[in-house]
Design a protein around this ligand. Structure first.
Ligand SMILES: Nc1ncnc2c1ncn2[C@@H]1O[C@H](COP(=O)(O)OP(=O)(O)OP(=O)(O)O)[C@@H](O)[C@H]1O
Length: 528
């Protein structure tokens, strides 16, 4: 414990001591200008070393950056680089093209994949010489050699050096997206153009007998599969029906100028309606093959689909293609309404009855079944499409020009008039249950004419679908006589089965009714 003067003396001693310590490691006083600052810093030996390190490190980093910058500019200047993403068709063109190059066979590092990536049959496939195994399921998925993610491939293309790399997008766990990058030693962009055109040509010729099918993925289109074209003469319809649709579509595709001169949007909608299994879907696929167009499937019941996404999907359709909306009525019974997001029925008849206060009519069994199919648990319950959203998407400003839209339905009458009006659905074609003529032609497709007459005579007009008859004939693949003999029995059995089913449905319906009326509290009056 110090008294006041002792404490002051002690502080003085400490200060002078500190000054002396400082003076011993930094001999100079506080620097007043830059030179003396450097000299002052220099006087600290450890700091000097740090300083040197910083300068050296900085110099190295600058050199590194300069090198990579110069490399990139050099590459930019002398090389052309193009990336192809796996969710785009161009990626498939390049893969097919690559796998067909003789040089490709010389490499030794591949990703072996059973994922077809839409490649044609001439892609490199594993040769399977095991004759005995020729029917095994292992042959159903060809094995392909694709560029590996780990390797860099270099080769010569038209006397130009080329490097190929394939990288995987790690951030998107839910997709297998990858990018193929092709770098060519050339300053001439036309080399890349020629390469891409060559790849595209190869792709197109590989699928001359196929059509590509695309489905919705988020707000994009994703390639799903390639299917062999179905010959149009394999579809048996009443005289003139096929020709009507085919000629109309052909005529439309040739009329672009006609439409633009008259200020009419260059789009055409077809509504195919009628009995299930009567060939609506089949004719669309066949037509796509005939017209050389790809198919884009629009599923209005897709989980998470809303008006905005639908709009952007429809506007991003390619200029000439076939868009299909199957079972468009299902969307309505499920509850697309003009203004609200999918909660109530929008059957026009029903609305009319509601307006008149007569909505006591129960949903038809068909409606009930469909509604049941689409209740929560399936993805349909989550759709957020409104009718006005659908109408806008079909003919709004962004709706793609040149597309053919095919909508199919089994229940024509429930569709809203706004949806089916000309401009949206220009041609309405009815598909009925099979006629005798169709039955005979289908039999002929399977077997021979003589028996076909007998077969057709046993088929009642417009009672069975072509699909059910096809199912019957397929069970008799190599027994035509038997097929013709058994048909009467089949018709009888089908009728009985139908009767049994409808009786069952009626009973179920009555039970439901009873249950419903039991659960409704009595209104108080003895009548009720
Ligand atoms: N008119 C037809 N000519 C030839 N085959 C047909 C015909 N109609 C149906 N089929 C055959 O029946 C099966 C079902 O046909 P498709 O899917 O085209 O019928 P759909 O009318 O679209 O049925 P749904 O309304 O139930 O979707 C197909 O395998 C098809 O080959």
């Amino acid at each position: 414990i110090l008294n006041g003067s002792d404490a002051a003396a002690a502080i003085n001693a400490t200060v002078s001591n500190a000054t002396m310590t400082g003076a011993s490691s930094a001999p100079m006083g506080t620097p007043s200008d830059l030179t003396s600052l450097i000299a002052w810093i220099n006087s600290f030996s450890a700091l000097r070393d740090y300083f040197k390190l910083i300068i050296l490190g900085g110099a190295f980093e600058t050199l590194r950056r300069f090198y990579s910058f110069s490399y990139v500019s050099l590459v930019d200047r002398f090389y052309i680089s193009a990336s192809f993403e796996s969710d785009d068709s161009a990626f498939c063109w390049m893969m097919l093209w690559l796998s067909s190059l003789p040089e490709w066979r010389k490499f030794r590092d591949f990703t072996v994949s059973t994922n077809s990536l839409g490649l044609g049959s001439d892609a490199i496939e594993l040769e399977d010489n095991d004759e005995e195994d020729s029917t095994s399921r292992s042959r159903t998925r060809p094995v392909r050699y694709l560029p590996s993610y780990a390797a860099n491939y270099t080769m010569w293309y038209k006397r130009r050096w080329m490097r190929i790399t394939r990288t995987k997008e790690e951030s998107r766990w839910y997709t297998d997206k990858s990018t193929l990058t092709i770098t060519i030693l050339s300053r001439d962009r036309s080399v890349l153009d020629a390469l891409i055109l060559e790849a595209r040509k190869k792709w197109l010729s590989a699928r001359a007998d196929k059509i590509d099918i695309y489905a919705m993925e988020g707000s994009d289109w994703r390639f799903v599969s390639s299917r062999p074209k179905r010959p149009i003469n394999s579809i048996i319809l009443d005289a003139g029906v096929k020709e009507l649709i085919l000629d109309d579509a052909r005529d439309f595709l040739k009329s672009k100028t006609w439409y633009s001169e008259r200020g009419i949007p260059f789009r055409r909608g077809y509504l195919l309606y009628g009995a299930p299994g009567s060939g609506k879907t089949s004719i669309i696929h066949s037509l796509a093959g005939e017209l050389g167009l790809d198919i884009y499937i629009i599923s209005l019941s897709k989980f998470g689909l809303d008006d905005t996404t639908l709009n952007s999907l429809i506007s991003s359709l390619p200029p000439e293609c076939i868009a299909i909306m199957e079972d468009i009525d299902a969307a309505f019974t499920r509850g697309i309404t003009r203004d609200t997001a999918g909660t109530e029925l929008d059957d026009p008849h029903r609305r009319e009855k509601q307006a008149k206060g007569q909505d006591d009519e129960p949903e038809s069994k068909d409606q009930q079944e469909r509604a049941q199919e689409h209740r929560p648990g399936g993805d349909v319950g989550s759709t957020r499409i409104t009718l006005s959203g659908l109408l806008n998407a079909l003919d709004g400003v962004s709706a793609q020009e040149g597309r053919l839209l095919f909508a199919t339905t089994n229940r024509y009458s429930v569709l809203d008039a706004a949806l089916t009006r000309p401009g949206r659905m220009d041609l309405h074609v009815e598909f009925r249950l099979a006629s005798r003529y169709q039955a005979r032609e289908m039999f002929k497709r399977f077997f021979i004419l003589r028996l076909a007459e007998r077969f057709a005579a046993s088929i009642p007009e417009r009672e069975f679908s072509m699909a059910s008859m096809q199912g019957y004939l397929m069970a008799y693949k190599v027994r035509p006589v038997q097929a013709a003999e058994d048909i009467e029995q089949w018709v009888k059995e089908q009728r009985e089965e139908r009767e049994r089913k409808s009786k069952f449905k009626r009973n179920e319906f009555v039970k439901e009714e009873v249950k419903d009326s039991a659960s409704v509290p009595a209104a108080g009056s003895s009548e009720s």
